[in-house]
Design a protein around this ligand. Structure first.
Ligand SMILES: [Fe+2]
Length: 203
């Protein structure tokens, strides 16, 4: 099985407004890379684990399968997060129309997204759900908690303290405002287009 690669930041680590290079260096080079490397390590261990000893209370198989979801989601969510920053923060394109359709107004969505970021312990994710054809703001308290199966993340914000403590101390609100100023709405539109191409039946 091929290994998951650590993807480089699509911009310099000092390119963001209000989110400093030290934060990005630690966040990308150490924390994100750590998820990718551990996912690879877990997959290697799973290839040779003793499946006959699988047990729901404790077993090596259970430990590996559980942490596989933590590492995989840590990798995936961070790759999306890094990819949808580096922009000018000016909302535009089809995603703005879709947000208005699903949340009433852009301001109503933004208020809900920011409030979701304030009450999440890990992530807030704007995701497209092909089962109802709508965008939703979901929260997660850990990498592998809160995700809704089958939805496609369009825009997300990491709300773990490592995302902002160096720049803002405990002032998460200031970080969320800074995050919004860095959103790359062209990439968010690209992700919405990909989401809308999901051909899941709406039943
Ligand atoms: Fe993070």
């Amino acid at each position: 099985m091929s290994k998951h690669p650590v993807k480089p930041l699509p911009y310099a680590n000092d390119a963001l407004k209000g989110i400093g290079s030290k934060t990005m260096e630690i966040h990308h080079d150490k924390l994100y890379a750590g998820y990718v490397n551990k996912r690879n390590e877990i997959e290697e261990s799973l290839a040779k684990v003793d499946r006959s000893k699988a047990n729901q209370i404790y077993s090596e198989m259970r430990g590996l399968k559980h942490e596989e979801t933590f590492a995989a989601n840590g990798q995936i969510l961070h790759e999306i997060y890094f990819s949808i920053m580096g922009g000018d923060g000016n909302p535009r394109g089809d995603v703005v129309d879709k947000i208005k359709e699903d949340f009433g107004t852009f301001a109503a969505w933004e208020e809900d997204f920011k409030a979701s970021a304030m009450c999440a312990r890990g992530w807030v994710v704007l995701a497209y759900d092909p089962t109802d054809g709508r965008l939703h703001n979901f929260i997660g308290d850990a990498q592998n908690q809160g995700g809704v199966w089958g939805t496609f993340p369009v825009l997300n914000c990491d709300t773990y303290e490592h995302s902002y403590f160096i720049d803002y101390g405990s002032d998460r609100k200031a970080y969320v405002e800074a995050f919004m100023r860095n959103v790359n709405w062209d990439e968010v539109n690209r992700r919405l287009t990909a989401a809308l191409q999901m051909q899941m039946a709406r039943k």
